[in-house]
Design a protein around this ligand. Structure first.
Ligand code: ADP
Length: 677
């Protein structure tokens, strides 16, 4: 039902367009031929060319039959000669088709009057070139029908061509510019419009229309029409300019035929030819100016919108920064308050002699400080990734073992969820084990966080021919369809309204890490029923590189002198106390220079060295100290993320990151000290 009616409507619209075009062409043609002076069929004023061009440009080349019908009828009813009418109709139709085709191809089609270069191309292709077709075929048709004397052929051709050309350049632009509503002026400026109209009519009448004294004297003052044209072009735009041109053309045609104005000659046809040449030049010039002004206004508007968009982006990024700061401070403050609270509680319990509660309080405080450290690490990771400085150190890794270990660690001591774990053994990939474990742990923690107690979490690791595939499914709250596409973005939290903690960075970091391994991470979810996160990485068949185990150092009591170099007095004091408790003698220094002096004085057995310090920093100290001769081993002691790389860079024997575990610190230092015989 729908299809035939649509195509029937289309046919009807097309038929009506063709008939309308034929009628318009016929009426304009009759008017034009009423001014035919060299020959009954040849006139210096031929508006139908403009109508035909505009119609083909606006409605499409397929309405050409309207031109053929109109042209045929207008000539048949004028001369009564069938043969020449057919010939002329063919010529006029071809003229419009050739002109419209070239304008479509080279001059932006129906929008040719919106850029100066297109106006020029329109004038060349449609007014100067296309019209040659019609003038030539028309003149030959008349000659063949015996309607044109051999001697007048040149004059007929020139009149025909010029009449068509001025029709193309004066009439078509009016129709084209007034059809496109976006060319309407922004402000109406009514008073100025009325003034312009009055000036145009007055100028027309004074110069061409018989107005005293100029148009009677026939002085060559046609150029005086330019000010109104420029006014229209400069202050208004293409529409007003084309309208003004049409008004001037009508008055000038009428006046010139009646013997007024600068172009009036004794030969009326000659007068009209001169006038059309003038109008053609005036039209192209002012239409180009109008287009140039419009072009500039549009460019300004584009710049303005771009500026507005940039401003909006800047505002949005400021808003995001604010939002992030508020989320980050809130998220950091939560474990910090926990930490503080548990320490206070422990203090109170100590006063009351409740030793068990003291221990519990300290354990909870430690958990809170781990949480705090994890959040800070996430922030650091994200900023590193944003800066593109993430370092991945892949080695052949047993993924099966890595995933199994991570799941065990997560499950340890938590009975809140049921677990289904299916891990195919011996699946290997080239991975940075620490970074990949971070991904697995993040997905497992999310699964637990977003699944109510008692829900099941399924971990499945399988191997394909070329990939290793990890699936972590939960029976949690899921993620709604409109949010799921954003969860890998920085700081995006799909459930920020539910009061669940998180910075919205874990999945962003996970995706960055997986992508650095040439892998993929994706998610499917059914809101209310759960989510499944899938990670795939390229599989390798290479052997796992086992770290060469260091020979176990002989056990026994160890002691010696340690120099602690750190700019933070609390850290220095803490380390000193921990080590002194282990029977080690400790000296400390707050920067590189002090450390050099202390080292010379006490000759330490091992140096614990911070990286960033005011004055001489750790890197510089290591360099200067080593250059001085026999040097003690250095243990790098800085922010956890930097520690391994920095240790390697300064040739340290080992490293310990901050925050640190006091037991690890003691072990590492003791390892470097000589045993007591
Ligand atoms: P967050 O620290 O907020 O958990 P993530 O980047 O790890 O940050 O996750 C981003 C968001 O994706 C979470 O805030 C949550 O809304 C959603 N999300 C992640 N994992 C799950 C899951 N297993 N079930 C439901 N929603 C999840």
């Amino acid at each position: 039902m729908g299809r035939p009616s649509i195509s029937a409507r289309r046919i009807l619209v097309q038929a009506l367009s063709i008939l309308g075009l034929a009628a318009g062409y016929f009426a304009a043609g009759k008017f034009g031929l009423s001014l035919a002076l060299v020959n009954t069929s040849t006139t210096a004023v031929w508006p139908p060319t403009g109508i035909a061009l505009a119609a083909l440009l606006l409605l499409g080349l397929r309405v050409w039959p309207g031109i053929a019908i109109g042209a045929f009828l207008v000539n048949l009813t004028t001369t009564g000669d069938l043969g020449s009418s057919v010939g002329i109709a063919v010529g006029n139709t071809l003229e419009a088709i050739v002109g419209a085709h070239l304008v479509n191809k080279f001059a932006n089609g129906s929008r040719a009057f919106e850029r100066p270069q297109d106006v020029l191309k329109f004038a060349f292709f449609a007014a100067l070139l296309g019209t040659v077709v019609s003038a030539t075929i028309g003149t030959i048709s008349l000659a063949l029908a015996g309607l044109a004397a051999a001697g007048s052929m040149g004059a007929i051709w020139l009149t025909w061509w010029l009449g068509d050309a001025s029709g193309a350049i004066v009439v078509a632009p009016v129709l084209l510019t007034w059809t496109h509503s976006d060319l309407r002026a922004q402000s109406s400026r009514l008073i100025e419009r009325v003034a312009l109209l009055a000036a145009v009519v007055l100028t027309g009448l004074l110069l061409f229309g018989g107005g005293e004294p100029l148009s009677l004297s026939r002085d060559p003052v046609a150029f005086l029409s330019f000010p109104v044209l420029i006014w229209a072009a400069y202050r208004f735009g293409p529409r007003e300019t084309t309208a003004v041109l049409l008004i001037v053309a009508i008055i000038a045609d009428w006046g010139t035929l009646h013997g007024f104005g600068p172009f009036a000659r004794s030969d009326q046809n000659e007068s009209l030819l001169l006038l059309q040449a003038f109008m053609g030049v005036a039209a192209v010039t002012s239409e180009m100016l109008a287009a140039a002004v419009l072009d500039r206004k549009r460019a300004e508007a584009t710049v303005r919108t771009a500026e507005q968009r940039l401003r909006a982006v800047a505002e949005e990024s400021a808003r995001l920064r604010e939002e992030f700061l508020s989320i980050a401070t809130h998220e950091l403050r939560t474990p910090l308050s926990g930490l503080r609270g548990y320490l206070q509680l422990a203090g109170q319990s100590l006063d009351r002699g409740q030793h068990n509660r003291v221990r519990e309080g300290f354990q909870s405080a430690l958990r809170q400080s781990d949480r705090l450290a994890a959040l800070i690490a996430q922030l650091l990771d994200a900023s590193q990734m944003q800066a593109g400085t993430l370092v991945i150190e892949p080695v052949t890794t047993d993924v099966s073992e890595l995933v199994a270990r991570s799941v065990e660690a997560e499950r340890l001591g938590k009975e809140s969820h049921r677990w289904v774990v299916e891990i195919a053994s011996d699946l290997r990939a080239s991975l940075d084990p620490i970074r990949f474990e971070q991904v697995v742990v993040n997905l497992l923690e999310n699964a637990m966080k977003f699944t109510p107690a008692g829900g099941t979490i399924i971990v499945r690791l399988t191997g394909g021919a070329a990939e290793v595939r990890l699936e972590i499914s939960d029976q949690g709250i899921g993620i709604s369809r409109d949010r799921i596409d954003r969860i890998f973005e920085r700081f995006y939290r799909a459930h920020d309204d539910r009061g669940l903690a998180g910075l919205g960075l874990g999945l962003y970091i996970a995706r960055q890490i997986v992508q650095h391994h040439d892998g993929e991470i994706g998610v499917t979810s059914e809101p209310g029923h759960g989510s499944t996160f899938t990670v795939t990485v390229p599989r390798t068949m290479a052997e796992v590189a086992r770290p060469t185990t260091e020979p176990v150092r002989e056990q026994g009591v160890r002691t010696g002198r340690v120099l602690v170099v750190d700019d933070d007095p609390d850290i220095r004091a803490l380390v000193a106390e921990v080590l002194r408790d282990a029977g080690i003698s400790v000296a400390s220094a707050k920067d590189g220079e002090e450390a050099l002096a202390e080292a010379a004085r006490i000759r330490p057995d091992v140096i614990l060295l911070d990286k960033l310090m005011p004055g001489m920093d750790g890197t510089k100290f290591a360099l200067v100290y080593r250059a001085a001769g026999k040097a003690a081993p250095i243990i790098a002691f800085c922010a956890a993320r930097d520690a391994p790389q920095w240790a390697a860079a300064i040739g340290a024997v080992s490293y310990i990151g901050k925050p640190f575990d006091v037991k690890d610190l003691e072990r590492l230092v003791l390892e470097q000290l000589p045993a007591i015989a």
